[in-house]
Design a protein around this ligand. Structure first.
Ligand code: PLP
Length: 436
């Protein structure tokens, strides 16, 4: 089959696979994708953490076809039944009093919308985000991103004004002896940053509840609870970026629910439609929704809340509700324990961390004990983990690469079977063996 990459009209967006040859993927079914030669690969990255419902789910594809036949597009200045129903569904699954939905198209735009709303409502200019975070690649969202590798590229292209950074709740960022100490130190540090900025100038904190492309790192217990208290004390809005962590990826509908904390705004994308169509948005607390409805914020994009995407979202949510979310939750301990075997077996595997079906295998140089640094951070650095990824691909398993420390990210669709987990982790073990 022609892989579509002719000499003219070449697609130049293979950046995520810059460290090895991209495949041409032409078909998929459940947790498996097929390349143009018909070779099968277990998709343990859900493409980009988004195909949570697996590939070729008929309920979702039929909903898309039905909507396209009925009416494909209705502008945001009118109501549309698919859009309204999806907003209802989202309000039902969102934490606490988050009830109103402002649709967007991509995760980047959802985050930009969230900070525009926060700045408008709070009449304050500053947004705080973490170092070692990813919030998007557009002009505004790129400025929110705190991943040092991405920032090297983005600092030339992103709007960074009005964005200040704080340290992530990672052991490497603090000098804490216990998770409890880490939670306190990391939260106190955020409080320090707010006070240093001047609380009245800080509109919001935007954070992933579980670090995503920076390496699937959950916060220590108690951190988010304290962050919530700090936000309340200083009248700062808490925005949870659920672009990766939503829709069952971390075991609940949204990652922040695994912390038992309620944000004021929540952004979503990727898994909302199972990636069958582009859709994103912001779910806001009802008092914020009321302000928006009264006309204090009036921006948007043509394809935000596209009816075909909303129909896909409605069907995907039904699929999650009808057992898929539960199934993903059931698979998580098996994936975790199989990945922990790698930690015991291979010296360069420093740690395994994550939640639900979002895991990171972090590597360290066995000679120095130091993490390998990603070449995006230091162009002269070795990246043996890129070789592990290539070996895994040769063995029929696709996994991702995290930054800034070198790591593998493992995030299969929620429909993955135990046998597929065994097969994929065995292939990863053989790949690590082949490289180190
Ligand atoms: N937020 C997080 C946590 C992400 O991981 C991503 C993308 O991976 C984004 C936002 C940006 O989403 P998009 O690529 O749809 O713009």
């Amino acid at each position: 089959m022609d892989n579509g990459n002719s000499d003219n009209g070449r697609v130049i967006q293979h950046w995520y696979d810059a460290d090895h040859d991209p495949l041409t993927i032409v078909e998929g079914e459940d947790a498996t994708v097929y390349d143009d030669d018909g070779t099968a690969y277990l998709d343990f990255l859900s493409q980009l953490y988004c195909c949570n419902a697996g590939h070729s789910n008929e309920r979702i594809t039929s909903a898309i076809a039905e909507q396209a036949e009925r009416i494909p597009y209705v502008s945001a200045s009118k109501h549309n039944d698919a859009r309204t129903r999806l907003a209802d569904d989202l309000a039902e699954i969102a934490p606490g009093s988050l009830s109103d939905v402002f649709f967007a198209i991509s995760g980047s735009e959802a985050n930009e919308t969230a900070i525009q709303i926060a700045r408008t409502i709070q009449d304050a200019p500053t947004v705080l985000t973490r170092w070692q975070s990813y919030h998007g690649g557009t002009y505004g969202a790129g400025g929110l991103t705190g991943d040092p590798g991405t920032r090297k590229t983005l600092e030339r292209y992103a709007a960074t004004s009005g964005v200040e950074k704080f340290l992530p709740p990672l052991p490497s960022a603090f000098d804490a002896e216990t998770p409890d100490e880490l939670a306190h130190q990391a939260a106190d540090h955020v409080e320090f940053v707010i006070r240093n900025e001047g609380p009245e100038s800080v509109a919001a904190i935007l954070t992933e509840p579980i670090g995503g492309t920076s390496g699937a790192y959950p916060a220590p217990p108690g951190y988010f609870e304290r962050l919530r208290e700090i936000c309340d004390e200083y009248d700062v809005l808490l925005i949870s970026d659920e672009v990766i962590s939503g829709f069952g990826r971390c075991g609940e509908w949204f990652g922040i629910q695994t912390e038992d904390v309620e944000p004021d705004l929540l952004t979503f994308a990727k898994g909302v439609t199972g990636a069958y169509a582009p859709l994103a948005g912001v779910v806001v607390d009802d008092w914020i929704g009321e302000e928006i409805r009264s006309g204090s914020y009036d921006l948007g994009q043509t394809f935000a809340g596209h009816p075909i995407s909303c129909a896909a979202g409605e069907a995907a949510l039904e699929v999650y509700r009808d057992g898929l979310l539960e199934r993903g939750r059931e698979r998580s301990p098996h994936l975790e324990s199989r990945l922990r075997d790698l930690e015991d077996r291979f010296e360069p595997v420093e740690t395994i961390r994550g939640r639900g079906l979002l895991w990171s295998v972090v590597f360290a140089d066995p000679e120095t004990g130091e993490p390998f640094v990603h070449p995006w951070v230091d162009p002269d650095a070795d990246n043996p983990v890129a070789a592990v990824r290539s070996e895994a691909q040769k063995r029929g398993v696709l996994v991702g690469g995290g930054r800034p420390d070198v790591q593998l990210i493992v995030a299969p669709p929620l429909c993955v079977t135990r046998e597929e987990i065994d097969e994929a982790v065995d292939a990863l073990a053989a790949s690590i063996d082949a490289v180190f």
